[in-house]
Ligand binder design. Structure first.
Ligand SMILES: Cc1cc2nc3c(=O)[nH]c(=O)nc-3n(C[C@H](O)[C@H](O)[C@H](O)COP(=O)(O)OP(=O)(O)OC[C@H]3O[C@@H](n4cnc5c(N)ncnc54)[C@H](O)[C@@H]3O)c2cc1C
Length: 480
């Protein structure tokens, strides 16, 4: 097949999957009033692969299948591949109103990591995972499938290993082994896009001890596999008004509590089972790719914050004030530092043993850490420039009501020549991005998605070449 249409993608989601939203089972996610917004948002991916303006970037002639496929499935082997992947992610996020699509980005991050690590596991343990991973990769590429990744277990007491928890289901584990496969049980949290993708890839979330064999697991299954239950989060859920919620009424992500209630996984879909020494390696290798995806999709949101702040400054007549220019300059520095580091990470890649180009780990993690640790500060500059009407302005209905419309239009004007409706629209944009349910979602996304701040600090410290710097210091003092 190679490339699917939006209609084919949507038809594939009507497969009897068990999705729950606000206490009710959802019969058809594509027609649901809230989940349907997320489905339409991600459908952009299929449009871009066909659009004459974008298809050269988003589609690619795959020599292996002889088909035209989504470029997301191309394993990077050069800086050019990484730069194109980065550009696809940044461009699709920008066209998606600053909200990442994530229906192929995260899944292919997992496929790249699985290929790399399964080679190591096969060598060390005489297993045959790599050929299974390759077959699954081909299946996804040729079927133009969409993928979620369930890595983060619900975890229970964070200070304990899985086998020490009061409940074994706090980490997904093997409940039964059969001749034809395994039965898995447990739950993962925060699985982005799970209700509206074809497949879920499950990865370990951390390093395990030797006694945690049942939990050292990686596999992939179709979302409608019996026993998979998705409880979708309603948070970040918008009202239908594009005036009140210019971004989130049309663009959003949905995350799930992903339950595995005795789910059968055939052997050809099992990519790690019991090789505890590789659980941490796989978890880390996945985030090496996935944080690069993260820092590729962050810049459009930073740009949107700059644009919203600059527009507000113009509409309020303060664009020449020195403190406003300084805050705008800091917002620009924020955005361009993240963008610059993600570009640098693509150029400064390393080639892994299987030939895959891995983006520079220190630069990638620095970009993610810098973005996350400064996000709330960036939001405060935008809110400071915008003013209090962000949360105290009138409703769209008051602008329509003949009793109140005239007052609002006359009294809430700003700079001469700017319509009151546009000015209120700009306030609404700032509220949507920073002070709404969706704005709060963005703050948590910044801090926790792709791993919390401490995870990036640990990685930066682990991967930075401290020896080289110590040697410089030694040479400076003439130490032996
Ligand atoms: C919007 C969003 C989307 C996401 N999408 C996905 C997804 O698609 N797939 C997926 O698998 N995951 C996803 N995540 C999960 C994300 O990777 C986790 O939220 C993140 O790793 C933190 O895990 P947690 O939420 O369980 O918080 P916790 O791990 O409980 O972290 C809370 C705090 O506890 C600290 N902490 C945790 N354990 C320890 C310890 N042992 N010792 C000391 N301190 C500790 C952390 O550093 C942090 O400060 C998403 C998260 C968000 C917010």
């Amino acid at each position: 097949m190679g490339l699917r249409t939006t209609a084919q993608f949507k038809a594939g989601l009507r497969d009897g999957r068990a999705v729950y939203f606000k206490g009710k089972r959802v019969e058809d996610v594509t027609a649901h009033e809230d989940l349907g917004i997320a489905v339409d948002h991600v459908a952009l991916d299929f449009h871009l692969a066909e659009d004459p303006e974008h298809r050269a970037l988003f589609a690619w002639d795959d020599p292996e299948s002889g088909q035209r496929c989504s470029r997301y499935f191309k394993t990077p082997t050069s800086a050019d591949d990484l730069l194109k992947r980065r550009e696809m992610i940044e461009r699709s996020t920008r066209l998606g109103g600053s909200v990442v699509l994530l229906i192929k980005e995260i899944g292919t991050d997992a496929l790249f990591a699985l290929d790399l690590v399964s080679q190591q596991v096969d060598q060390a343990c005489k297993t045959q995972y790599r050929q299974r991973v390759a077959a699954f990769h081909r299946h996804c590429k040729e079927g133009d499938l969409t993928l979620a990744v369930a890595q983060t277990d619900v975890k229970g007491d964070r200070s304990l290993l899985p086998s020490q928890q009061v409940h074994p289901d706090y980490y997904v584990h093997v409940a039964e082994e059969r001749a034809d496969g395994i039965v898995v049980r447990g739950a993962k949290a925060h699985t982005t896009c799970a209700p509206y993708v074809d497949e879920i890839i499950v990865l370990p979330t951390r390093a395990f001890g030797p006694e945690d064999g049942a939990f050292a697991l990686a596999f992939a299954i179709p979302v409608n596999t019996p026993g998979v239950k998705l409880i979708a989060s309603p948070f970040g859920s918008p009202s239908p008004s594009p005036f009140h919620h210019p971004v989130s009424s049309r663009h959003r992500m949905v995350d799930t509590l992903t339950i595995f209630d005795d789910v059968f996984v055939p052997w050809d879909r099992v990519f790690l089972k019991g090789e505890t020494q590789f659980a941490g390696v796989l978890a880390n290798t996945f985030v090496e790719f996935h944080r690069f995806t993260a820092v590729s999709y962050k810049p459009p949101l930073c740009d949107m914050l700059i644009g919203a702040a600059a527009l507000m400054a113009e509409y309020n007549g303060i664009e020449r004030a020195s403190h406003v220019r300084e805050k705008l300059m800091k917002l620009i520095a924020y955005a361009e530092t993240v963008r610059g580091l993600s570009l640098a990470a693509a150029y400064d890649f390393r080639v892994a043993a299987n030939g895959t180009a891995v983006p520079n780990i220190v630069q990638t993690n620095l970009a993610k850490y810098y973005f996350a640790s400064n996000y709330h500060q960036a939001v405060s500059w935008v809110q400071d420039i915008a003013g209090g009407l962000v949360v105290t302005g009138p409703a769209e209905e008051d602008l329509e009501n003949p009793d109140t419309k005239g007052y609002i239009e006359r009294l809430l004007g700003g700079k001469k020549g700017v319509s009151t409706r546009d000015r209120l629209g700009a306030f609404n944009l700032v509220r949507d991005l920073t002070a709404s349910d969706f704005g709060g979602y963005n703050e948590l996304l910044a801090i926790h998605a792709e791993g919390s701040l401490e995870a990036q600090k640990i990685t930066i410290f682990r991967d930075f070449d401290l020896k080289r710097c110590k040697q410089l210091a030694r040479e400076a003092i003439g130490a032996v």
